[in-house]
Design a protein around this ligand. Structure first.
Ligand SMILES: [Mg+2]
Length: 287
């Protein structure tokens, strides 16, 4: 029979073992995340090396990268507005650690030669979001990641080819302090018609009137931000003369989403849009 003291000692020992295991799990998780970061960083560095474009940019220089446009000619000439989507933590969440629920995996070969998998989870409503936006906008993905990783991910996501173009990590503008920006001025499109959706404020510091700050997606099943953003993109932002008259990253995400219904003249468009979505489920009737 255990004495009270022995019982307490045993409990204490169990508790400390659990804590040690928990710490080890946290450490393992952090190592895996670090590996993923290193994987992406190495890929970007490789691309920079290959293309001999290792640049140190002065953040106050507004002429950065004003060479050839990042968009192909057909997108520059297009009359449609441009929706620029970030990839990691805006459209997807990735992890080296197996996620409880994930949509697909992509293989990774590390510089050391060993292979592993990256688990990828799509943000809820991603495919609906891209599909609906493709009716109003030309869609491009602008990511800091390298082409191999980006193409592997987007080939799984974009089965209907609604993403018109992919811009990779060698085209972000790297600053002397290690951060980077996405210079929308290099796209070749008037900024009145360019909207960037990104989870990292640093990247659109130069374009506060062209960006939507969406929350970081970390794999949450109940995330609804893409669904919430859709009405304002399909109404106010699709019809206003200049998107810079609406977008303002000093305001909240909810403030922007409410712009879809605050402006009375667009309410009918919202009703029209949802009627279209509803009737699209009704089989076509030949009259
Ligand atoms: Mg991101």
């Amino acid at each position: 029979m255990q004495t009270e003291q022995e019982y307490q000692q045993h409990e204490h020992q169990q508790e400390s073992e659990q804590l040690t295991q928990q710490k080890q799990r946290q450490l393992n998780q952090k190592n895996l995340q670090d590996q993923l970061y290193e994987f992406k960083k190495e890929e970007v560095q490789q691309v920079l090396k290959e293309q001999n474009q290792s640049i140190q940019i002065d953040p106050n220089n507004n002429d950065v990268g004003s060479t050839s446009p990042l968009l192909p000619p057909e997108l520059i000439k297009s009359k449609r507005r441009l929706l620029v989507m970030d990839m990691d933590e805006t459209m997807i969440y990735t992890s080296f650690k197996k996620l409880d629920k994930y949509d697909f995996t992509i293989p990774v070969i590390h510089p050391s030669g060993h292979t592993s998998k990256v688990y990828v989870k799509k943000r809820p409503f991603l495919n609906m979001f891209l599909q609906e936006c493709s009716n109003e906008y030309d869609i491009v993905v602008f990511t800091a990641a390298g082409p191999r990783y980006t193409n592997e991910v987007l080939d799984y996501i974009d089965l209907r080819s609604v993403i018109s173009h992919r811009i990779f990590g060698n085209n972000v503008t790297r600053l002397a302090d290690g951060k980077y920006i996405k210079d929308l001025g290099r796209l070749g499109k008037p900024l009145a018609d360019v909207i960037l959706v990104d989870d990292t404020p640093d990247v659109y510091a130069k374009h506060p009137k062209n960006a939507v700050h969406i929350g970081k997606f970390k794999g949450e099943e109940n995330d609804e931000q893409l669904k919430q953003l859709l009405p304002v993109l399909l109404t106010t932002l699709a019809t206003v003369d200049n998107v810079q008259n609406v977008l303002d990253t000093s305001q909240s995400f909810e403030w922007l989403c409410n712009k879809a219904v605050i402006d009375g003249k667009h309410v009918w468009y919202v009703i029209y849009y949802y009627c279209n979505v509803f009737t699209s489920f009704i089989p076509q009737i030949n009259i």
